[in-house]
Design a protein around this ligand. Structure first.
Ligand code: MF3
Ligand code: CO
Length: 250
């Protein structure tokens, strides 16, 4: 069932999403050569404590996930776990972060390079972020769900990259993950019709090589089978009377 949200509910999702983006951008500035990913997790925990008690990390405890942040480096696609890995120049780091606030969720992600990264890696980040905006641009009343998916896939594949199939965007609201699933691949004109009150976390995951992924031994982290780099950008977006609103935009 797809839950349509009222204006009041959308404002609460906006509050959660803005907290999530604010903290994500704070953490992004610490992505430097020599820092351990676990240190980013600690900084994130400390930052959350500076807000009201109602601002809660959404991922911690979700299906047993033990951390606030997902940190996926290089060939890791999503659900990377903070650990003792030391970031080095040329790495690309995907940060994925969610907040629960006042009973509602916001979910955001971005990928950032460590120091100088290769021209190819820069292009991967650019195309992935652009594809998110191509998807958001198709997120409007009267369109079909897979118009979003198609726009993302088309942009990514035109650039010679591939979209991950196993992980998708999702509805969001009183739950982190709600119906419908929002795939990053699909056929224009297919899927449910989009309506006012729908809120989605749109999150393309893009591989430089093949789209296939596997799960690492920790049971969480997805990585590319061919070892190629992967990038991830995510916004929480609502369809309202005013049009399409990026709730996680500051
Ligand atoms: N943005 C990710 C998603 O929507 C959040 C990871 S969920 C957790 O799938 F399990 F890691 F918490
Ligand atoms: Co998400």
């Amino acid at each position: 069932m797809i839950v349509l949200k009222t204006r009041n509910e959308i404002e609460k999702i906006r509050a959660a999403s803005k907290y999530a983006m604010e903290i994500l951008l704070y953490i992004k500035d610490f992505i430097k050569e020599g820092i351990k990913t676990m240190e980013l997790e600690r900084l994130c925990e400390d930052r959350i404590k500076q807000y009201s008690k109602k601002v809660r990390p959404a991922f911690k405890g979700y299906n047993g996930y033990p951390y606030c942040l997902c940190i996926s480096v290089n060939d890791e696609v999503v659900h990377g776990m903070p650990n003792e890995r030391v970031l080095k120049r040329g790495d690309i780091v995907s940060l994925d972060f969610g907040i629960e606030y006042d009973g509602f969720y916001g979910d955001v992600a971005l990928t950032e390079g460590v120091g100088d990264i290769s021209e190819d890696a820069k292009r991967l980040l650019l195309i992935t972020e652009e594809s998110l905006y191509k998807g958001i641009n198709e997120t409007r009343e009267g369109n079909r769900l897979n118009d979003i998916s198609y726009a993302i896939q088309h942009h990514v594949e035109s650039a010679g990259f591939s979209v991950v199939r196993e992980f998708v965007g999702h509805g969001i609201g009183r739950n982190l993950h709600e119906e419908p699933q929002v795939p990053n691949f699909g056929e224009k004109g297919k899927g449910i019709r989009l309506k006012k009150g729908m809120v989605f976390a749109i999150e393309p995951m893009v591989n430089m090589g093949n789209y296939k992924v596997y799960i690492k031994e920790n049971g969480w982290t997805a990585a590319t089978v061919d070892g190629s780099l992967s990038a991830h950008f995510e916004h929480t977006v609502a369809i309202t009377d005013k049009g399409t609103e990026i709730l996680s935009k500051l």
